[in-house]
Design a protein around this ligand. Structure first.
Ligand SMILES: [Zn+2]
Length: 276
């Protein structure tokens, strides 16, 4: 596990710890060992921290959750591990939900009878399509989609397959916003990675629907980017993290100053924003 992944969780971990303490709920060994690791990072002025206690707890947790042996030394998806950790925080603390979860509504409307069916989803990581920039990804995510042809919708009112449209909106914003860029493509039926260069806007506007007709903008600032180089089956992770007025590149044991331009490349995979 690269050290950089701990940096990414540093701020939210401390916040969540406050909530866990105030909630007075029992916490799991995954949360406990992660927070202990963060505290050791905080108290040690220099050098790397041995994360093995947390990694062992993570390995046990992931194996239990997926019913398959989780090997920490194999290539793993950072988004999957991050989601597990964030979900764990949310299950340990009601208050951390407000800081970490975003809610979305998907509304399917039948073209024939105009009846709508609405489902709500909660996310700790918002998955967005790859676009030229992150604001564009949010716009694409919220675009209305048509359901037709093989994709027609079974309308229970019409009792038959009908053309329909799906509309998406975001209903509640979180303090921290974790965005995963879907860099997965199928080329001639083979799964591959989308290496396009994506402009990582340091400021992001998220439209939040507060009423049927009212949408308000929520402003976020970028605080970290988890990057990945390589293919879907192998590669390397590192992170660029905001620290005061500077950006730091956290790459295994090396933590050095980084240029903001490094954010705008073909490696950005998970972006972390904080509400302004
Ligand atoms: Zn219908």
């Amino acid at each position: 596990m690269p050290l950089s992944r701990f940096y990414i969780l540093y701020r939210s971990s401390l916040l969540v710890l406050d909530f866990i303490s105030s909630d007075n709920l029992p916490i799991s060994s995954l949360s406990t060992t992660l927070l202990q690791t963060v505290f050791r990072m905080q108290s040690q002025a220099k050098g790397a921290i041995d994360p093995s206690t947390f990694l062992n707890a993570l390995s046990v947790h992931m194996t239990k959750n997926s019913n398959t042996d989780f090997n920490i030394n194999e290539q793993q998806d950072a988004a999957e591990i991050l989601e597990t950790i964030l979900q764990e925080f949310c299950s340990n603390s009601v208050l951390s939900e407000e800081f970490l979860r975003i809610r979305s509504l998907n509304s399917i409307t039948c073209d024939s009878c105009c009846e709508s069916s609405v489902t709500e989803e909660k996310h700790v990581i918002l998955q967005v399509p790859a676009a030229d920039n992150i604001q564009g990804s949010i716009i694409d995510l919220l675009k209305s989609e048509a359901m037709s042809g093989e994709n027609r919708y079974f309308c229970s009112v019409c009792d038959s397959y009908q053309n329909a449209s799906i509309d998406h909106c975001l209903k509640a914003s979180s303090h921290y916003l974790f965005i995963q860029i879907k860099r997965f493509v199928a080329i001639d039926g083979v799964a591959g990675k989308d290496h396009r260069k994506i402009l990582c806007n340091t400021n992001l506007t998220i439209p939040i629907q507060v009423d049927d007709d009212v949408t308000i903008p929520r402003e976020y600032k970028l605080i970290a980017s988890i990057n990945h180089s390589g293919s879907l089956t192998n590669g390397h992770y590192w992170a660029i993290v905001k620290s005061g007025d500077f950006w730091l590149r956290c790459n295994d044991k090396a933590v050095v100053l980084a240029k903001q331009e490094e954010l705008n490349d073909s490696f950005g995979y998970i972006l972390v924003f904080e509400r302004i």
